[in-house]
Design a protein around this ligand. Sequence first.
Ligand code: UDP
Ligand code: MG
Length: 313
Amino acid sequence: MKKISIVVPCYNEEESLPLFYEEVNKVSKKMEQKADFEFVFVNDGSKDKTLEKLRELAKKDKRVRYISFSRNFGKEAGILAGLEHATGDYITTMDADLQDPPMLLVEMFDTLEETEYDCCATKSTNRKGYSFLRKIFTKWFYSIIGKISKTEMVPGARDFRLMTRQMVDAILSMKEYNRYSKGLFSFVGFQTKWIEFDIEDRKVGTSKFNFWKLFSYAIEGIVAFSTTPLVFAALVGVLFCVIAFILIIFIIVKTLIWGDPVGGWPSMVCIMFFVGGVQLFCTGIIGEYLAKTYLETKHRPVYIIKETEKDLK
Ligand code: UDP
Ligand code: MG
């Protein structure tokens, strides 16, 4: 019988965990005849009782495994740890908050079993429960990255997806430190079937992503999957050279014809500020790429494990 591994990154999810476990357990009962289940919970340095809850679950249910980090390393690190430790033939990543309906697993599993697809992914048709600002920026992000990245990012794509072992191995073969999962999933290719659903509000707890965390996550995604911003800096440089050249000719001609009365310093200051701003902006873009390269070359571990279910007595 095939085994499904359920990878769940958890950060302060003490309230969600029991509900989540219960719901997925229902699905596993429903699929009893078809597949075995394995839970791989990753406690991402939670400050509440998430770890205690995981220990309880692991004692109660042999299928429950967990990995507990030494501190908060972020959701991406959680996903990586989970994928690395999962042993199933099919592997799914899910949030602990039940915003993604676990019942979809039945359909996803059947699709992978019966068709040629390597992955069954989900996207939400709405963005219910998310703030107005978040919706707008999400829309902008997808339209920008859609234009400047060769890797396709599907708007509304969730991290909830069921993948074959082969696809997960391909994802794990990418050893980069700055991991932007949505890009990595798409980069490895393979056949993906998309299922749409209406996203639910978080049942309990609150979103772990505030505006700035999401904003820097978006920048991370762009830097990881496009080098177009670097080209942008060069293009602006060329454009400014051309403008400067035209201005020089204009001023020479003007001086030759009308002489050179002193004046125009306010416009000069404006131009200086503008050009200075553009230069700093472009340096900032280059700095962003340099910073990421710097982090990559350090080869630091993406996460550090403090405890797993094997440590339970
Ligand atoms: N999460 C995590 N580490 C973090 C932040 C979030 O493991 O630093 C987990 C969180 O516990 C949840 C999932 O990532 O299972 C998605 O988080 P959340 O539901 O808060 O995000 P949103 O739905 O607002 O995008
Ligand atoms: Mg959520």
